[in-house]
Design a protein. Structure first.
Length: 216
């Protein structure tokens, strides 16, 4: 069984998807982390970010593992590193290339085979798992999303100007919604939840209620 979740940055997706997976006692895959790890690898290897062919090759050989709630790249724990603003600044171009995305979609399908999974990202309900049993689209207004991201970074000790963060978030939103392949869209059969004025637990509760009622 796959529970597919899409939504923009700051919609609460990651926190909610993790909690939902815990409640359902299934595994969890953050596909954003796979693109973030690829971006880190590209920066570490000084790959030209305009060279989509080399980036796709890098993706083919991406040595990524998820263990004990941590992300490992080439055997090294990169969980904190992949959340840094430098990754946010460079990721949009990398995730825009169709040849990179097709490799990454295969990787994501492989990572979530042989078990029940909650999988979250931008194109999970539409491209990665269009036949998922349950589909959700989480949203929140842009101001709430920027505040959440700001708080998340502050908690990690990362200082960033709020205006700059809002600008970057809007830029990423635009790029996510307007790319040619794997764009962020609301799947016609997804349940849409606006999380702006809901607590994490309220959202998870809504999702579980939906899963239980449609399983009956
Ligand atoms: O969810 P996130 O903020 O960690 O995602 C990081 C970037 O990766 C974001 O700009 C969108 C992109 N992404 C994507 O294009 N497709 C996915 N399935 C997941 C993330």
């Amino acid at each position: 069984m796959i529970v597919a979740i899409d939504g923009p940055a700051g919609s609460g997706k990651t926190t909610i998807a993790k909690l939902l997976a815990k409640h359902l006692a299934v595994s969890y895959l953050d596909t954003g982390a796979t693109y973030r790890a690829l971006t880190l690898k590209a920066l570490e290897t000084n790959t030209d970010l305009k060279d989509s062919k080399t980036l796709a090759q890098l993706a083919e050989h991406l040595n990524i593992e998820f263990k004990d709630k941590k992300t490992y790249l080439d055997g090294k724990d990169v969980s904190a590193e992949i959340r840094m603003p430098i990754i946010d600044k460079n990721i949009s171009i990398i995730v825009s290339y169709p040849e990179v995305r097709s490799v990454m979609v295969e990787l994501q399908r492989n990572l979530s085979k042989n078990a029940d999974f909650v999988v979250e990202g931008r194109d999970i309900t539409t491209v990665v798992f269009p036949d998922a049993k349950f589909k959700f689209y989480l949203d929140a207004n842009p101001e709430v999303r920027a505040q959440r991201r700001f708080k998340e970074l502050a908690e990690k000790g990362v200082k960033i100007d709020f205006k700059e963060l809002t600008k970057d978030l809007n830029k990423r939103d635009d790029a996510d919604k307007n790319r040619k392949v794997g764009a962020l869209t609301i799947s016609h059969d997804a349940i849409v939840i606006d999380t702006s004025n809901l607590t994490i637990d309220e959202v998870v509760h809504k999702m579980i209620s939906h899963i239980i009622s449609s399983n009956q």
